[in-house]
Structures are given as C-alpha cells and as structure tokens.
Design a protein. Sequence first.
Length: 235
Amino acid sequence: MLEAPDHTQKSAYYASALAGLRFVEHRRPSDRRFGRDADARWNAFKGHLHTIDRIDLMVRDADAQWPRSFGARTVFGFRAVAEDDAFGAEWQPLDPVHAEELWRSTLAQPSPTDVRSALAACANAWQLKLAPTHVGAIGPADKLLVVGPSAVAAAVEAFANASGLDWADQVVVVATPPAHRQLAALAGALLNLTRAPQLFSPKLDPAVKVAGRTLLLSPDADSDDAEWARAQAGT
C-alpha cells in the first residue's frame, strides 16, 4: 500500500469516481446508476443501507466492467486484494453523512459530456490543475511511457480522438500519488477498454521494465516518478 488514505483523500477519490461514472452513463445511458429509474430501484432495494453503500456497489460494478478503472485498491496501491474486489477487506468508506453530502453535491453539477470535461472533473476532485501538454502524432506501433497527470490527460484525449490505437497495449503510466493514479486508472473507463490499463509506481513495482518507450512527461509529475522514468527511458 502506498499510504493509508485520510478523509480528504477518500472524499476526493469518491468524487472523482462519481464524475467518471456520470460520464460513462452519459456516453451510453443505461438508467442503472443515475436518474429516476435508478433511484426507484435503489429505494425499493436499500432497506437499511445508506447512500455510501449505493456508491460502493456502483464502483464495484464499474470496476468489473472496466478492469481496475474505479477501485480504491488501484488508486491507493492496496496489495493482497483479489482481482474482483474493488476495495479489499481493510477499506473503510466515507461515513454515511459525508457520503450523502457528496452524492447531492455531485448530482447538482452538470454531468461531463466528453472525455475532456470528464478528465477535468476527475482532476478537480483532487484539486489538480491540468496544463496543456503537447502529445504529437501517435501511431498504432508507438509505445509510450506517460508520467504526470497533465500528460495522462493529454494522452487520453489524443487516444479518444484517434482510431486504431490501443491504450492498454501501447501505454504504460508511472504514477505514485493517489490523485495521479486515479486519473490514469480512469483512462480504462473513459476509453471504454476491456483490458486493464498498465499503471505502475516505482515504490510498488521497482522491477518493471519500460525501456524503449517514448517518454511523455509533464511538469506536474511527482518528482520521484519523473526521475525514475527518465532513468528508465535513458533521457
């Protein structure tokens, strides 16, 4: 595990996850997560459950649909957690009062309608300010090593606007801070991947090999991540 998340980090995690969920629901409405029909089903089902239970169920479902895109285990680097478990046994969710407040405040905001606005909403949840980052032309044979939230966002948008590219195959993201990791993980859902994105941290995965990849590095990258990536890329 990278670090034990505090209340502020958990709030940011859930807010970012909800932003991603609202985007994928906008992209292909299912009435499963938000709206009157979803509310009616939840109210008929919930019994003594709370809004935080509803959110966790949504996250678990989405993490199964888009592997490793929503789970707290990915964002916070939890180890010894089953592949089909988004959280792990030690996860302590938000308390019901704060979760209800977060749910209401999230639904009061406009839903992200494209990849760019979804990335911005996810970043805003963590108080990240994404900066324009030049990516350049990307071909199907290119292999990228992406470091920094602004670089991740720019690369995700480039892949979303292109055809014939495969993020899961072509891109490795190096990210240690939970905020950076969540933005990288959500690429799987934003790009509608069926395979998990490749996401590593030098602290968790020091032996991973990424030589030969083109480095895409933004100034807002974690300094240790940037140093490790430069050494791996030979720049």
